[in-house]
Design a protein around this ligand. Structure first.
Ligand code: AMP
Ligand code: MG
Length: 427
C-alpha cells in the first residue's frame, strides 16, 4: 500500500493550500487500494455487489438459430424469383421442441417466436404479411415483404460459448443478474462488503429529539452520509455525534479505524477552528490537510489512520452540509469504489444550455446545485437553485443535478453551454 507522503512527494506542483480537484482525486486513487475478501453468493443476492471474477459463457446464447417472430420459416432462396411467393405449409415448429424433418423446396413451416429454425430454413415471414390459403395448408406473400435472413436470431448472437460475459470489478446491475441467469450460472464470487464508519463532530450539534439550545443546530450530516453510503451498498457503522473534546475524539477515531475500512467525519477541519479534530487525526497516522480549489467544500483531510494494528482510509469532510455532500460525491464515492474493487466509470457530464448567467472565477471547480428541465421548445436547459451557500441544504434537496463549472472556466452568460451531472443514479 503506497504511503500518502510518498505519493505526494512525486508531485512537483503539489500545493495543499490550493489543490485542484483532479489532483486530489489522483492522490486519493493512488492511496486507496482494494480490500481483500471474497464470498460466493446466489446471483439474486449479488445485485449491487462487486464481481470478483470474470464470468465466461459456458454455452451459446441462444443455443440454436431461432425465430424472432410468429410466422412462417422457409429457405430465403425462394425469394429470388420475386413477385408473389406461394408455399405449402409442411407443419408447425413450437418453442421448446424440435421440428422433425426438413421442408422440401416450395415448403414453409409455421413457426412460433423462439422456436428452433427447421433444417434448411433461414428466413421468417411474419404472419401479418401472409395470406393463409386452403385452411392453412398454403400461404402466399409478396417476395419483397422480407429479405433472406430476416427475423432469425443466430445461435450465440447474444453470447457465444467462451466469450467474456462480465468482468471482475463490475457492480452487478439487474441486467447482469439476468445475463448470469441466461448462462445458467447459479452463484458468483463477489467482493466482501466494505465497512464504513462515520460520525459528526462539533459541540454545537444536537441529535434529533434533543432540545435545540441557543446557537445549536441539528446534526444533518450524519443523515445525508447515511443515505449516500446506503446507496453505495456498504456496511455502515454510525458512531453518532462526537464532541470537540480530545479524549472523546481520539477514542472515536481509534474505534472507527479498528472496525472499518474507511472512516468519514464531518466538521472540524477548517482553518483556525478551535477544534481538536485535525490534531487527533494527524496524531493517528499519515494524514494531509487540503484546501481544495473548489466550491463548496474547500477544507478536507485525507489519509490513513491506524490503531492497534488496524488501519482505515480517512476522509475528514468539511462541516457545512452542502460541502459534505459535494465532497462525498466528488472524492469519497470514487475512493470507496476503488476500495471495494469496483471499476466504476466516472459519472457522465452532459452539456446543456444555461438558462441564466452564472458568476464564476477561474482557478477553482464549482459545483452549483442546478435544476435541469425542458424549455418550451423541448430542448434541455439548466438553471441554479437560488441560494448557493454551502450551508443551504435545501439547494441539494431542490436540485436534480450539479452544474459543474471547471477549474479554468470563467463566468457563464445566459445561453452558454454548461456541464451538468445528473443526480439520478448518484443520490
Ligand atoms: P466546521 O467545519 O466544524 O467549522 O463546521 C462548519 C459549519 O457546518 C458550522 O456552521 C457547523 O455548525 C456546520 N455543521 C458542522 N457539522 C454539522 C452537522 N453534522 N450537521 C449540520 N451542520 C453541521
Ligand atoms: Mg466544528
Amino acid at each position: 500500500m503506497p504511503s500518502l507522503q510518498s505519493v505526494i512527494s512525486c508531485l512537483s506542483d503539489y500545493d495543499p493550500s490550493a489543490l485542484p480537484v483532479a489532483q486530489a482525486n489522483r492522490i486519493i486513487d493512488e492511496v486507496a487500494e482494494p480490500v481483500s475478501g471474497v464470498e460466493q453468493l446466489a446471483i439474486r443476492s449479488a445485485l449491487d455487489r462487486v464481481l470478483a471474477e470474470d464470468v465466461v459463457s459456458g454455452i451459446d446464447v441462444p443455443a440454436h438459430d431461432n425465430s424472432a417472430m410468429d410466422g412462417y420459416a422457409f429457405a430465403g432462396a425462394t425469394l429470388s424469383a420475386g413477385g408473389a411467393v406461394t408455399l405449402d405449409v409442411a407443419g408447425t415448429a413450437y418453442a421448446g421442441t424440435v421440428f422433425d424433418g426438413r421442408p422440401a423446396p416450395g415448403q414453409a413451416v409455421r413457426i412460433m417466436t423462439g422456436a428452433i429454425m427447421p433444417a434448411g430454413c433461414d428466413t421468417v415471414i411474419p404472419q401479418e404479411f401472409v395470406d393463409v390459403l386452403d385452411d392453412g395448408r398454403r400461404i402466399r406473400f409478396a417476395a419483397d415483404a422480407v429479405r433472406t435472413g430476416d427475423n432469425r436470431r443466430l445461435r450465440g448472437e447474444d453470447l457465444a460459448k467462451g466469450q467474456a460475459a462480465l468482468s471482475a470489478g463490475r457492480i452487478l446491475r439487474p441486467a447482469d443478474i439476468g445475463l448470469l441467469a441466461s448462462l445458467g450460472v447459479a452463484e458468483v464470487r463477489v467482493r466482501r462488503r466494505l465497512r464504513v464508519a462515520f460520525f459528526s463532530t462539533g459541540d454545537e450539534l444536537r441529535s434529533i429529539g434533543e432540545p435545540l439550545d441557543e446557537g445549536c443546530v441539528y446534526d444533518s450530516n450524519r443523515y445525508t452520509l447515511h443515505g449516500m453510503l446506503r446507496r453505495m451498498n456498504v456496511d455502515l457503522i454510525d458512531m453518532g455525534v462526537v464532541r470537540d473534546d480530545p479524549a472523546a475524539l481520539e477514542a472515536a477515531f481509534r474505534s472507527a479505524c479498528e472496525n472499518a475500512d474507511a472512516v468519514i467525519t464531518s466538521g472540524g477541519v477548517s482553518v483556525g477552528e478551535a477544534d481538536y479534530t485535525k490534531q487527533i487525526m494527524a496524531g493517528l497516522g499519515d494524514v494531509t490537510f487540503w484546501k481544495i480549489a473548489m466550491r463548496p467544500g474547500r477544507p478536507m483531510a485525507f489519509g490513513r489512520i491506524a490503531s492497534h494494528g488496524r488501519s482505515a482510509l480517512l476522509f475528514g469532510l468539511p462541516g457545512n452540509p452542502v460541502a459534505v455532500m459535494v465532497t462525498f460525491y466528488h472524492f469519497v464515492r470514487q475512493a470507496l469504489h476503488r476500495l471495494m474493487g469496483a471499476d466504476a466509470a466516472p459519472l457522465p457530464l452532459m452539456r446543456v444550455r444555461s438558462a441564466q448567467p452564472i458568476r464564476k472565477k477561474p482557478g477553482r471547480t464549482e459545483y452549483q446545485r442546478g435544476i435541469l428541465a425542458q424549455a418550451a421548445d423541448g430542448s434541455w436547459e439548466a438553471r441554479i437553485t437560488g441560494q448557493q451557500g454551502s450551508g443551504v441544504l435545501r439547494s441539494m434537496s431542490e436540485a436534480n443535478c450539479f452544474i459543474v463549472l471547471s477549474h479554468e472556466q470563467g463566468a457563464v452568460a445566459a445561453g452558454d453551454s454548461v456541464d451538468v451531472m445528473l443526480f439520478d443514479g448518484l443520490v
